[in-house]
Design a binder for this molecule. Structure first.
Ligand SMILES: Cc1ncc(COP(=O)(O)O)c(C=O)c1O
Length: 450
């Protein structure tokens, strides 16, 4: 099934023009197209037939590697059996199979799975469930949402409102009422924390800032706090030891729901099935996407505690009535669900979690060997994820990461650049010599960048 022979593709400007590409410098791309035409294992193939090491597992979503036969076959079987089925008022077996698998792999108590089509939709769904939950409980004033600086929760209005990345918010006007906790990128609070390996040992007190927001807005007006267990898109920002526990305590004490956005941390990246399991804290709602289908099909979900599900069932009116007026045409799409079942089965069978946990110390050492490399002011890591902050070029903080990533690509490595960071999150199936190669290409690219 794998397409190992590069397809001939057109790269002339007129043909490229029609696709307005997402989160892309369209003008630059169309002048210098980077076309990926095939993928297998941990490598992409570009239009010239060159192998490119996949240093970010696609977009944090293909941990099991590309072209996995079991997933491809499940997709193909499902498409041939029932290509689409409405998930409003009718059902099909694949969604129940996937919901049960997700229930098994997420922490005890997170037992009800609401399917969406992406991570952004999962976030919107979780925020809406949080507000509607309090209303169902007779506390309809609890509507305010609290996110965190540097948080990334997708691109819809709720998500950018609780999100904490300026460029993702500034062009889009008024959002949803939200407040923000301080970020936990510790080197920006105190330079002494730069190059911390794994979890910072200091900084848990940043969670107490939530008490100030509660004093300001009052818990009777706050529905939920949403955070990523570790923030990926901001450049891998790790929670200090005890920080998530403290957030949990404050939320519980003040009747505020805690949402973990696990779109990146879910299903392997942390060396555990979830960030919740890795950090030992269970939220009330969890959003997932990406790795659920190993990136092969668009699918997201919200996983909710029983108490939340029950509140909707108890106040839903007659049994034939809809309890939550929310859902997408492609919620629980049969092909995406079949891909999810196959991908999660593989994750378990191949002991991917143990593999990530086993490789993490090697990866940490390899990545931190770049301490002292040109331009690098901080390195952060957890599981198989790492972020590097680069000193800004004068007046253009985003330029160097872009230039480094382009040099990496020329040497056969796909690395993601964003803001002043370079992010690395290789597939779970990577081997140690490939980690070494990745780090060596990255080091050379940093050296060669002005
Ligand atoms: C934590 C988090 N939430 C939400 C999203 C949005 O997911 P999607 O791009 O599938 O809408 C992402 C995507 O990177 C993410 O990292």
């Amino acid at each position: 099934m794998n397409q190992t022979t590069p397809q001939l593709t057109r790269t002339d400007a007129a043909w490229l023009d029609a696709h307005w590409m997402p989160f892309t410098g369209n003008r630059e791309f169309k002048a210098h197209p980077r076309m990926l035409v095939a993928a297998e294992g941990i490598y992409y193939t570009d239009a010239e037939g060159k192998k490119i090491l996949d240093g970010l597992s696609g977009l944090w979503c293909t941990g099991l590697g590309h072209g996995r036969r079991e997933i491809v076959e499940a997709i193909s079987r499902q498409a041939a059996t029932i290509d689409y089925a409405p998930s409003f008022q009718y059902g099909h077996p694949a969604s129940f199979a996937l919901a049960n698998k997700i229930k098994e792999l997420t922490p005890d108590g997170l037992d009800y799975v609401f399917f969406t089509t992406s991570g952004s939709d999962a976030v919107e769904t979780a925020l809406k469930i949080a507000r509607a939950y309090w209303r169902a409980r007779g506390q309809g004033t609890k509507t305010r949402l609290i996110g965190r600086e540097k948080g990334y929760h997708g691109v819809n209005f709720g998500g950018i409102s609780v999100g904490g990345l300026g460029p993702n918010r500034k062009a889009f006007g008024q959002g949803v009422e939200a407040a923000h906790l301080p970020h936990t990128q510790m080197a920006q609070h105190d330079k002494a924390h730069a190059f911390t390996r794994g979890m910072p040992q200091r900084g848990a007190e940043l969670a107490d800032e939530l008490l100030k927001l509660i004093a300001l807005h009052d818990a009777s007006n706050i529905a939920a706090v949403i955070v990523e267990p570790f923030a990926g898109s901001a450049g891998v920002v790790i929670p200090p030891a005890g920080y998530l526990q403290r957030l949990r305590e404050i939320c519980t004490a003040n009747n505020i729901l805690l949402i973990f956005d696990e779109v990146i941390t879910g299903f392997g990246r942390c060396g555990a099935y979830t960030g919740a399991a890795a950090f030992g804290v269970t939220p009330d709602l969890m959003t997932i996407a990406k790795q659920v289908t190993n990136g092969t099909q668009p699918l997201g979900a919200v996983v909710a505690k029983k108490d939340i599900y029950d509140a909707f069932m108890a106040t839903g009116g007659p049994e034939y009535m809809v309890e939550l007026f929310h859902g997408y045409t492609y919620s629980a799409h049969p092909i995406a669900c079949a891909a999810g079942v196959a991908a999660l089965d593989l994750l378990v069978q191949e002991k991917a979690i143990e593999r990530v946990a086993g490789l993490a110390p090697y990866f940490e050492n390899a990545i931190h060997s770049l301490k002292g490399a040109k331009h690098v002011t901080d390195i952060r890591n957890f599981g198989l994820a790492a972020g590097r902050t680069l000193a800004p070029a004068p007046g253009e903080p985003a330029r160097r990461p872009f230039e480094v990533a382009m040099k990496c690509l020329a040497s056969g490595l796909y690395a993601r650049y964003g803001g002043d960071t370079i992010q690395i999150a290789p597939p779970f199936i990577i081997e140690k010599p490939e980690i070494d190669r990745l780090v060596s290409i990255l080091g050379d690219a940093l050296d060669a960048t002005a």
